[in-house]
Design a binder for this molecule. Structure first.
Ligand SMILES: Cc1cc2nc3c(=O)[nH]c(=O)nc-3n(C[C@H](O)[C@H](O)[C@H](O)COP(=O)(O)OP(=O)(O)OC[C@H]3O[C@@H](n4cnc5c(N)ncnc54)[C@H](O)[C@@H]3O)c2cc1C
Length: 68
């Protein structure tokens, strides 16, 4: 089990998650924790992530050159 996905707001949540993970590691059942336990789901189109990011950077560079 792992705690992740704080979306840039993890200072408080990751601390609370640490407590929940410690409870799980010492025998508390997953469905009794403060956080939901869910399977990891792949992001759609993650296989094309690098290409999409490079295309977006190029698009923004072109907009910059055009002064838009
Ligand atoms: C630029 C930036 C700004 C942010 N601003 C905010 C904010 O304003 N508010 C907010 O709530 N959250 C913010 N966050 C998010 C927040 O920092 C994280 O969600 C939070 O720190 C996650 O805590 P963590 O303990 O899970 O991981 P981390 O804080 O990343 O701690 C993981 C630790 O494990 C260590 N480690 C990694 N691998 C190993 C290894 N193999 N052996 C030993 N040690 C290892 C690392 O060195 C690190 O110390 C920000 C993040 C970034 C990058």
């Amino acid at each position: 089990m792992t705690g992740l996905g704080y979306n840039g707001r993890g200072v408080a949540i990751a601390t609370a998650m640490g407590r929940a993970l410690a409870k799980w590691a010492t025998g508390t059942k997953a469905d009794e924790l403060e956080f939901p336990v869910t399977p990891l789901k792949p992001l759609p189109f993650s296989f094309a992530k690098e290409t999409l990011v490079e295309a977006e950077i190029l698009r923004l560079k072109i907009l910059d050159k055009l002064g838009l």
